[in-house]
Every structure is written in C-alpha cells, then in structure tokens.
Design a protein around this ligand. Structure first.
Ligand code: PL4
Length: 403
C-alpha cells in the first residue's frame, strides 16, 4: 500500500467546522423535535440578489447556444472580471494583470502554500480562521506556528514588538472570529514590520465588504509599501452569497520577489495554470454582475441585513451582561464566557436554548473561553435567539454565572 503523508499526524485536531456539524447532528438525533437556532458556521442564508441571479440564468442559457457557449477560460480568469475587481474593489491600486480569479479564498489559501520553501515559518493572529495553520501543516511547513495573541486587552491587534522575525504572516481583517478590524495605522505597522524583517503578509479580506467606516482599510494595498510585501485573497462568498457558487480572487503584485530575487507573480501563474483549471465561467459572469452598479447596490442591502442581525446578537449579549466584541463591521460577534471553557459554554447553549455557536478555542489558544456567533442567519432566527436568551432566566443565569 502507499504511505500516508506524515504531515497528517502533525495536525492538532479535527477540522473545526465538520466537527460542529457532527455535534449538531448528534444533538438532533437525541432531540429530533428541537428547532435549532443556527449561529454557527458562517454560511450565507439570503438569496442571491435578482440582478445577479438574472445574469447567472442568462449565462447558463447561453451555454446551450453556439453564440453563448464557452469552454476552458484563460488561466488567470475572465479579463472583464479582473478589470472590474481592479477598478471597483481596489480603485486601480492594483492592476488587472495582478488579479488571479479562483474558486474561492479557502482554495487559494491552500494552493498558496505551494509557493513557499519547506522551512518557511508561519505566524497567525490568535484566534483566527484555522485553515491558515492546517493547510501549512498539511503542506509540510513547520507545525511550530507562532500564535500572535489578539485579545480585548490589546484591542485585538498583535504586539509586533514580541514577534520574532518570521517569513509568512497571515492576517485577516475584519478578523474571523473576533470581528475586529485593523486600523490604517495598525496595518501600516504590520507592513513596516514585514518590510524590515523581509516577511510576506497573506492578507485575507474575505469580509472587507462589511466595513462601513470609510476610514478603515478594506485592503492591505491601501497601506504604503504593501505591494512589496503582501498577497491578498478575496472572495465573493460573503459579498454576493456565492458560498455555493464558488468565486474568489488572489492579488499577487508584479513587484513581489522571493529572497533569491525571482518573481512570485510568475510562480503563482505557474501554480494556478498547473493545479487549477479556472473558476466556473458561470460564476465569473455572476461576479461581473455583482460588480456592476446595480449588483453593488443589491449587495449592500444584503450586507445591511446581516449587519442588523449582528447588532441584535451583540446587544442581546450586552444586555445579559456578557462582554461582546465585533459585529459592527463584521458578520461575527465574539463573546467572552470565561472562566467557562469554550466547549462547556457551547454545550450549555445548545442544551438549554438550542443555539448553535462555534467554540472560540477552535480558532487558536487565545480563543479559549469565547464563543463566536454568526450573523449569517435569517432575521427570524436571530429574533428567536434573542427571545431564548432573554426569556430563559435559567440559561441566562447559568451562562453569566462565574465559576
Ligand atoms: C466553513 C477568513 C466560514 N466550509 O468561501 P471562500 O473559500 O471564498 O472563503 C472561505 C473563508 C476564507 N477566509 C476566511 C473565512 O472565514 C472563510 C469562511 N469561513 C466560517 O464560518 O468561519 C465558513 C467555514 C467552510 C470552510 O471550511 O471554510
């Protein structure tokens, strides 16, 4: 038989999200009558807006005609979509040539690992999206990840003075799971650190469309010098409800260089054209529609809907006396249940109020004691959540009880 990759045994736990699904199913088997309130996995629930849907339908119908049929696309993706991303999302700070279209941010995060040498060291915000660490470990990078604590005490921004010189820094803003958004000054410090230490930043802007305050950066390329030290991954998943359709992008600036002087852009092109056969041509037509004026208007409405949910979730926790963070420019609310452990709080909420959340410890050691709540829910579900927490004195008391 073939040998198993030795890297599997270096993973610290099961992948977080399937584990939540497993526990949810087990609970439903025990309590088939339970009407769960799903604030767990961050999956969109609102339909794709009409203007974008219409374009998807037209593109699908076109495939059944000689005029509208298309097969494999160009390696880097549809040129019109790349131009639209450069203009509408980056105000031309990056060029269309630097945009690579993909089937989603997560897929790019995994593939990006193919660019880097085996002895590359990795730093991540702690807590953060677990895919950064898990894909690095699975691709054979050192399992000795440097976790940079991001807690209420440091306003969820890592202390860069404590950070050893490192090769690769994953940074997600708005952050999953804390919902915090880095300021321009904070990101400038990060870029300056990367320039001084010859590090490369992989900036994940999957939730940038939730930023409502124009003074907060939506992209790392709003920061001086970032093009010398940063790659950015982005996604239509949360922006346009494309979690199932699958569409994202990766920006690799032309000027980015490896330590030996060779071009990252060139190597990324090689990887993309070797390991990937392009995003679906239907999805790309949907992406173009999403970035036209009417598409953008429609998207804003859906984002506003989710942000209203986030506000309601956050206020509910504040009213019962639990510290809650995020949720203002992010679909995630991060709640402090300490000294309870995350899994203990998760089980209590599920058992007492049928609320599904995500245990903070699954996002990194500094997440212990917290739970993450997703606002990607139906409003009626969030209202049930509010009712359940406010009208169940037993659950409120037990949840806020300090051990
Ligand atoms: C569950 C920071 C969600 N099965 O859809 P993509 O691939 O363009 O984007 C995925 C992604 C990228 N970057 C960040 C993310 O938070 C996500 C999605 N995260 C969550 O609940 O944390 C969905 C998780 C999905 C997964 O494994 O990604």
């Amino acid at each position: 038989m073939v040998k198993r990759s030795p890297h599997f045994s270096k993973l610290q736990a099961n992948y977080l999200f399937p584990e939540i699904q497993k526990r949810k199913q087990a609970f439903l088997q025990k309590h088939p009558e339970a009407a769960l309130i799903n604030l767990g996995i961050g999956d969109t629930t609102q339909p794709i807006p009409p203007f974008i849907t219409k374009r998807l339908v037209e593109a699908a119908k076109g495939l059944g005609t000689f005029q509208g049929y298309s097969g494999y696309g160009t390696e880097q993706g549809n040129v019109e979509l790349r131009k639209k991303i450069s203009e509408k999302l980056y105000a031309k700070r990056i060029s269309a040539e630097e945009v690579f279209i993909s089937d989603g941010a997560k897929c790019d995060i995994g593939r990006l690992q193919l660019l880097f040498g085996q002895d590359t060291t990795i730093s991540v915000q702690d807590p953060t999206y677990p895919v950064y660490v898990d894909t690095s470990v699975l691709c054979g990078k050192s399992p000795d990840t440097i976790y940079m604590p991001c807690t209420p005490e440091n306003d969820f921004f890592p202390n860069l003075n404590n950070l050893p010189s490192t090769n690769l820094i994953y940074f997600c803003s708005p952050n999953n799971p804390t919902g915090s958004v880095a300021t321009k000054k904070q990101l400038q410090d990060l870029v300056d650190f990367a320039r001084a230490n010859h590090s490369l930043i992989i900036f994940d802007s999957a939730y940038s469309c939730f930023i409502q305050d124009p003074s907060l950066p939506r992209s790392i390329y709003e920061i001086d010098g970032a093009k010398e030290v940063a790659i950015e991954v982005g996604s239509f998943s949360k922006m346009a409800g494309f979690t199932g359709i699958r569409l994202g992008w990766c920006i690799v600036p032309i000027e980015l260089r490896f330590s030996n002087g060779t071009s990252l852009h060139q190597d990324w092109f090689r990887i993309v054209s070797t390991f990937f056969n392009g995003a679906s041509n239907l999805a790309q037509q949907g992406g173009i529609a999403a970035l036209e004026d009417r598409g953008i208007e429609e998207i804003q409405q859906t984002i506003g809907y989710y942000l209203q949910n986030a506000k309601m979730i956050k206020q509910t926790f504040e009213q019962i006396g639990l510290p809650a963070y995020g949720g203002d420019h992010s679909p995630y609310v991060w709640v402090d249940f300490s000294p309870k452990k995350s899994w203990e709080a998760f089980d209590e909420l599920l058992e007492m109020s049928n609320i599904v959340s995500i245990p903070g410890c699954g996002f990194g050691p500094s997440g212990e004691g917290f739970l993450r709540f997703s606002a990607f829910a139906h409003k009626s579900e969030v209202e049930r959540f509010k009712w359940a927490l406010r009208n169940s004195p037993q659950s409120t008391q037990e949840l806020t009880e300090k051990n």
